[in-house]
Design a protein around this ligand. Structure first.
Ligand code: DGT
Ligand code: CA
Ligand code: CA
Ligand code: ZN
Length: 587
């Protein structure tokens, strides 16, 4: 019996075969057949497993016998002989060349074959010494372009952190929003969805057709633009000074709501929405929502009235789905029946938990951090410097802890005398030791207002051992909050592989919260655990882990992740007013 497969998985499989065939220098017609089949399946609305079971894939236009049997083989055995062969045949080094912008598989194969090289370092050399320029169909210009693209690739990985993308996007939006003819402007794509890493930045503008050319020229001519990658009437792409790709699309005001929805994605969310539309004999596309004609296509003369994204969702009997949730990750169940989940917002935060001062590895004094919190309108700061074992980060000895408390008491007295409604909580970020114990003896831990437990050493422990450590810590009578549970650094270092589903169950049982570390390097707990956390009743907190004043503002990225996780304010400890928070911490 074939195992059930996902359509996406088969599409990716066929695409990989097509690409590898070209990299292997095989007949382009054969490779194209795989691309065509991938496109066909991508657009398939029925369950692909039905076609596999009945062996009727060849009924679909664009899928021939040989590709169909590859798919059947995959469903039956989990692998495809032709792919296994290709993976062996194509040198790994060449695959990396696909990341060079402007280098397609055919060009890669040609250079590889004629110069006998497989590594990017070799490619750079051959571009510099004139060998690439000497190839037929190439030239000085092509070689230079390749060198430039390789330099880009090496300097900027393809994806970036959300704080980097946000800074670039805000600059572009700022410079475009007041231009003549701009009716509406928004970021779209993964940035609007608050994804943890961003590929390119998408910006959408609503404007009349007559205003579009001037807007496009303004965009491609902005100061922040280093290189224009492409300029058209409705779409342009540029490379920003920081090396990020920014795409701008201009649509007419009528099309704006549907276009915003389309270009916000995710692709998977869009696919599910279009399917839902078809079930109602409607067609959804980037222009709007339309009735179907006899050919089951959009009848552009019969649009449904749409003034906003919410209207589109309503026509599809759905509540408004906030952008952060649009990942086809359970959001449709969340809003079925027209209910809209109330997700936590930045303005719900009452205080800061998890921040450092010069007492350990922070850059600012306790007073400076507290004053910055007050300026931002917060009621409390849960100060959590590092514990003793974290010697590299200036972790506090027991004696230093007591001295720090004196300083905190003095500051709190001063704030009270001045009539300021602000309190510093005595907290600690205690290392979770190799065996799962916390740093410091229990009687000292008991005296803190707030105990965060984090793993900072032995990060490479195997998953079972790591889970054990975390579970032991979560069950500790004096811990309140687990810090950055996987320890990942986005785009730089993978986190531990402990089974977080089990940790979440266990932490919820012991009334220990797990933070969403809002530092854009971390964003850990990952939002994908949101459903599990909601089911278990896990509490969380949006923690900046600030080591400086600017770090406090990272909570905005934590809000994005909490919203992606489907969390309302009630699940976030630092939305509680001080009195309620203290009550929660003391139980
Ligand atoms: P990124 O840039 O990799 O971080 O991720 P996105 O989601 O921003 O992806 P991007 O920039 O390629 O496209 C922006 C949105 O446009 C995407 O989320 C959904 C929509 N979109 C783009 N291409 C397609 C497509 O082929 N099919 C569908 N359904 N939607 C697409
Ligand atoms: Ca994008
Ligand atoms: Ca894009
Ligand atoms: Zn910390």
């Amino acid at each position: 019996m074939p195992k059930p497969v996902q359509k996406d998985e088969i599409v990716a499989l066929l695409e990989e075969i097509g690409t590898l065939m070209r990299l292997a220098g095989e007949n382009d017609f054969r490779a194209m057949a795989f691309d065509r089949a991938a496109r066909t399946l991508e657009n398939l609305n029925d369950d692909i497993n039905k076609y596999i079971e009945e062996q009727t894939l060849t009924d679909l236009k664009g899928i021939g016998k040989s590709i169909a049997s590859d798919v059947y083989a995959y469903a039956e055995t989990g692998s495809v002989p032709v792919l296994v062969k290709l993976r062996k045949q194509v040198p790994d080094g060449l695959i990396a060349w696909l990341g060079i912008s402007g280098m397609g598989p055919k060009k890669i194969y040609k250079i590889h074959k004629e110069l006998g090289i497989t590594e990017i370092a070799e490619l750079k050399e051959k571009c510099k010494d004139g060998s690439v320029a000497a190839l037929s169909g190439m030239g000085e210009k092509s070689a230079e372009k390749i060198l430039k693209s390789v330099a880009w690739m090496e300097e900027f990985s393809e994806r970036c952190r959300i704080d980097e993308a946000t800074a670039v996007a805000e600059l572009f939006v700022e410079k475009m929003k007041d231009a003549d003819g701009v009716r509406e402007i928004s970021v779209a794509g993964s940035l609007r969805r608050a994804s943890e890493t961003i590929g390119d930045i998408d910006i959408l503008i609503a404007a009349e057709e007559k205003d579009a050319p001037a807007l496009m020229s303004r965009f491609t001519g902005l100061d922040g633009v280093k290189e224009v990658l492409g300029q058209g009437e409705t779409k342009s792409s540029v490379r920003s000074n920081e090396g990020r790709q920014v795409d701008l699309r201009i649509v007419s005001p009528d099309h704006y709501p549907a276009a915003l929805m389309y270009f916000t994605g995710s692709k998977e969310h869009n696919v599910a929405l279009r399917q839902r539309a078809r079930e109602k004999k409607l067609q959804l596309n980037e222009y709007g929502l339309f009735h179907q004609n006899e050919e089951k296509q959009a009848d552009f003369d019969r649009p449904l009235p749409v003034k906003s994204e919410a209207d589109i969702y309503r026509h599809l009997d759905l509540g408004y789905i906030p952008p952060e949730l649009r990942e086809d990750h359970g959001e449709f169940e969340l809003v079925s029946g027209g209910e809209v989940p109330e997700l936590v917002e930045l303005s719900d935060l009452r205080g800061i938990l998890h921040a450092h001062s010069t007492w350990s590895d922070g850059k600012r004094s306790i007073r400076e951090m507290a004053e910055a919190c007050m300026e931002r309108g917060y009621e409390y700061l849960g100060l959590t410097d590092h514990s003793h074992t974290a010697a590299y980060a200036g972790g506090l000895s027991i004696e230093r802890v007591r001295q720090q408390w004196e300083e905190i008491d003095a500051l709190n007295r001063e704030f009270a005398d001045k009539g300021k409604d602000f309190v510093i909580l005595k907290g600690i970020e205690s290392d979770i030791l190799a065996d799962g114990r916390l740093d410091y003896p229990d009687d000292l831990l008991a005296e803190f207002d707030l105990v965060v437990g984090s793993v900072h050493s032995g990060l490479d422990h195997p998953p079972e051992k790591m889970l054990d450590r975390l579970m032991r810590a979560a069950a500790h009578q004096h811990i309140h909050l687990i810090g950055h549970p996987t320890g990942r650094l986005l785009l730089r270092r993978d986190g531990n592989k402990a089974d977080l589903n089990r940790l979440i169950e266990h932490a919820a049982e012991h009334k220990t919260a797990i933070e969403i570390n809002a530092n854009p390097w971390r964003l850990d707990l990952d939002w994908r655990y949101g459903r599990k956390a909601r089911e278990c009743g896990l509490m969380s907190a949006i923690c900046p882990d600030a080591h400086d004043i600017s770090g406090l503002d990272h909570v905005r990225y934590g809000i994005g992740i909490a919203r992606k996780a489907g969390f309302g304010a009630g699940r976030i400890l630092n939305t509680k007013p001080l009195g309620e928070l203290k009550k929660w911490l003391s139980k």
